[in-house]
Ligand binder design. Sequence first.
Ligand SMILES: Nc1ncnc2c1ncn2[C@@H]1O[C@H](COP(=O)(O)OP(=O)(O)OP(=O)(O)O)[C@@H](O)[C@H]1O
Length: 245
Amino acid sequence: MIEVLGLTKRYGRVTAVDDLTFTVRPGQVTGFLGPNGSGKSTTMRVLLGLATPTGGDALINGRDYRTVRRPLHEVGALLDANHVHGGRRAATHLACLARGNGIGQARVTAVLDQVGLADVARDRVAGFSLGMRQRLGIAAALLGDPGVLVFDEPVNGLDPEGVRWIRELMRSLAAEGRTVLLSSHLMSEVALTADRLVVVGRGRLIADTTVTELTRRGSLEEAYLSLTAESVAHRAVAPAERGRR
Ligand SMILES: Nc1ncnc2c1ncn2[C@@H]1O[C@H](COP(=O)(O)OP(=O)(O)OP(=O)(O)O)[C@@H](O)[C@H]1O
């Protein structure tokens, strides 16, 4: 379970997250939605101990990440697929992570198989496409067989087969009773993948609901756009409007 409790994070004068509270429960995929700059990545970074909160808490199974004894066994995360050093081979990258966390080589082989990278396990990451890097990041997240999974834009760069694979993976991880938090801007994909939705705007909670509830009257995209209309920080001028200027 993930609990975000009155979380605030400021960077100088910018309030990235503003007194945010929500819970992500096991057995479901929870979509984490919001316009660019609304504080999703910051919330995930605090949750994973990569940023210190200004106020409030972000807890994994009731604990602050920094006090979790075996982090990879508690929570797996994909935040930035380009984070891996390009000179590393995929298998070596995972083997290093595994060794540091008391995980055996058999598990490295298993997750490489699971994400479809077994054939390129000995290749250097520098030659990987974005989609392959996403798969490698997901393999790293799964390495410790954690009960909580956090994915920031996991379908970025994936081809249609990869997008479907991610969708089925998320659904199966939730069906196994895991807690899955998934941020994405692809509403059609979220509608197919998530059960619940947490929507934020300008660092604040806008909605904490189910996909079924939000799509009662139309598409998720329509519902989302109307919910977040006031929270969009960077809006382009529409072509018709531009002509009138
Ligand atoms: N390290 C940082 N230093 C200063 N400001 C930051 C930092 N990280 C995030 N911010 C600011 O905090 C706000 C929230 O950013 P964040 O990346 O969390 O949003 P997001 O919802 O993940 O956006 P996106 O959908 O574009 O990824 C933005 O105004 C951003 O510029």
